[in-house]
Design a protein around this ligand. Structure first.
Ligand code: Q46
Ligand code: ZN
Length: 315
């Protein structure tokens, strides 16, 4: 099979675009998709400073690599969750990538270590606080991503969520009619109030398979295994179902998620109260740490108080 753009041999067939591409043309295709996402969703400009949340997996490391190749000022943050060998292997991949990124582009890596700073690994913290591990993990990661982005004056925080992640999340939110989450599901979430960093997902136009192919072609060394806590997660089930639909009807994921974004933009245009205005009305600074929250004390501070066995009190 020949590449559709040049005479070389194609190595990947993108059924949803009816496009077979060689390694060089596929790499260009991925860069164009990310550049288009950044422009179309007004994620950030060339002078803005971007903090990428990296886990050691293919998506976040590919995102960091692509932003640097596109010439953006991108640094990264790794949160060490203290999940035994898995965290050790993930950190080793992140560190090796960061050393190269520092040599090539003076990029910098921040590391937040949960076992040292919070006093226990995420599994132990979840047991202590009677919370599902992934829910405690989500609270912790959101908190520190936002905190470090603000403390170091980054304009925007970028995560490696791809089309599969976003389509699976959308399916879950619709199946359970979690409309409050639907409102917040967008490739760009503006910094609606002081104390919240702008959040963006520049890989939302690319599938998991496309990003894995990009990582292999461009020799990005990532941790292949999933976090052991992800086993049995609903999101994985939704991804599997969407993959079955995609095989039968190429383009399903893309139409499902992009269709939602179009309808959402239309609905917001007709809605008097924008998401940013809504946030400004309901969010106030946490009385303990100062990050914006809907309650007097934010979820992170409540979680940490519970982990220490201290009754939750506002100051
Ligand atoms: S890292 Fe954290 Fe995920 Fe692991 S503990 Fe769950 S939420 S599965 S993205
Ligand atoms: Zn707080």
């Amino acid at each position: 099979m020949r590449c559709r753009k040049c005479p070389r041999r194609a190595v990947i067939n993108l059924a949803r675009h009816r496009l077979a591409l060689c390694p060089a043309c596929f790499t260009d295709f991925v860069h164009q998709q990310v550049a288009r996402a950044i422009k179309r969703e007004r994620m950030f400009g060339p002078q803005e400073r971007v903090l990428v949340a990296v886990s050691g997996g293919k998506d976040s490391l590919a995102l960091w690599a692509i932003l640097l190749k596109l010439g953006y000022r991108a640094d990264a943050l790794y949160v060490d969750l203290g999940i035994g060998e898995y965290s050790a292997r993930s950190y080793a991949k992140v560190q090796a990538f960061a050393e190269q990124a520092h040599r090539d582009a003076q990029a910098r890596l921040y590391v937040h270590r949960v076992p040292q700073k919070e006093g226990a690994g995420i599994r132990e913290l979840a047991i202590l606080t009677h919370r599902p591990t992934c829910s405690a993990c989500g609270t912790l990661k959101r908190y520190h991503f936002n905190r470090i982005a603000l403390e170091h004056h980054y304009d925007v925080l970028a995560t490696g969520h791809n089309l599969d992640d976003e389509a699976a999340r959308l399916l879950g939110n619709i199946l359970h009619w979690q409309t409050e989450y639907l409102d917040k599901q967008a490739p760009t979430l503006p910094a609606s109030v002081e104390g919240f960093a702008r959040k963006v997902k520049p890989l939302y136009r690319l599938t998991e398979r496309e990003i894995a192919a990009y990582a292999v072609i461009n020799r990005i060394d990532y941790v292949v295994e999933e976090c052991p806590m992800a086993k049995g997660s609903k999101l994985l089930l939704y991804k599997e179902i969407l993959n079955q639909l995609e095989t039968a009807q190429p383009g399903t994921k893309h139409r499902f998620y992009w269709g939602f974004l179009e309808k959402r933009a239309h609905l917001q245009g007709t809605n008097n109260l924008s998401m940013a205005e809504y946030d400004r009305q309901v969010l106030t600074p946490c009385t303990v740490c100062g990050q914006p929250t809907t309650a007097p004390i934010c979820t992170y501070c409540k979680l940490m108080d519970r982990a220490k066995g201290v009754p939750v009190k506002s100051s």
